[in-house]
Design a protein around this ligand. Structure first.
Ligand code: SF4
Length: 219
């Protein structure tokens, strides 16, 4: 938390004022994700940083990419989200999320989870740091989770309010998605309905030399 604490109150106040009119571009979860979850994107699937580095093993099955090709409003919206992710200082991002979560607690569907990256991936190490700071600041308000194929970044060490589900590689202490054509029966299987599941929304109390593999059926 030292990074956040080092931001002076004066800077924070000015930054929040400067970006007051920037409405956070996020979507409330749908019938598959659950109405207690909001979704934000750091980027888009077209020019995904993992695909560009050959790290994503399911490029041809990418639902995010399909949506960007199929619906013409999707890519421009995600490009604006990517711009916002890069442009807004972390303290502004946190303030906007906190306000949104706190407001939702008075409504019918309080936000319990913040999901990052329905499309895209971390661009670089600074995105991991930014997300970690956000998750630390939201501890007790909402849990934060995301997915990554960026095996080349340092992920271990992020706070326990942030679950990073890996794809294409194992990382001790974290959850891994394993795409399969048929369930093995020996591992947990993603039911593709987050309203009744939640296996990848929070961190498990895994031992230092353990990761949890969840199989995902890829059609
Ligand atoms: S494992 Fe559960 S929470 Fe994760 S994507 Fe699948 S249904 Fe959703």
């Amino acid at each position: 938390m030292a990074v956040l604490e080092s931001i002076s109150t004066e800077y924070r106040k000015k930054a929040i004022e400067k970006h007051e009119k920037d409405k956070l571009l996020c979507k409330k979860g749908n019938y598959k994700i659950g109405k207690d979850t909001i979704i934000l994107n750091m980027g888009f699937a077209t020019h995904c940083p993992s695909a560009a580095r050959g790290l994503c093993k399911i490029v041809n099955k990418c639902y995010a990419l399909k949506a960007e090709k199929m619906y013409k409003a999707v890519l421009p919206y995600r490009e604006r989200q990517a711009d916002q992710w890069r442009r807004l200082p972390v303290c502004v991002y946190i303030e906007k999320l906190k306000r949104m979560i706190e407001k939702s607690k008075k409504g019918k569907h309080p936000i319990k989870y913040v999901r990052f990256n329905e499309s895209g991936d971390f661009y670089d190490q600074s995105c991991v740091l930014k997300l970690d700071l956000i998750a630390r600041a939201l501890k007790g308000l909402a849990k934060v989770y995301t997915y990554t194929a960026r095996r080349d970044l340092r992920i271990a060490g992020v706070c326990d309010n942030l679950n990073i589900v890996t794809s294409g590689f194992d990382l001790f202490g974290f959850t891994r998605f394993l795409p399969v054509k048929k369930a093995s029966g020996s591992r947990p299987l993603c039911p593709a309905d987050c309203t009744v599941c939640g296996m990848c929304k929070s961190r498990y109390n895994l031992r230092a030399n353990q990761s949890m593999i969840i199989e995902v059926i890829i059609h």
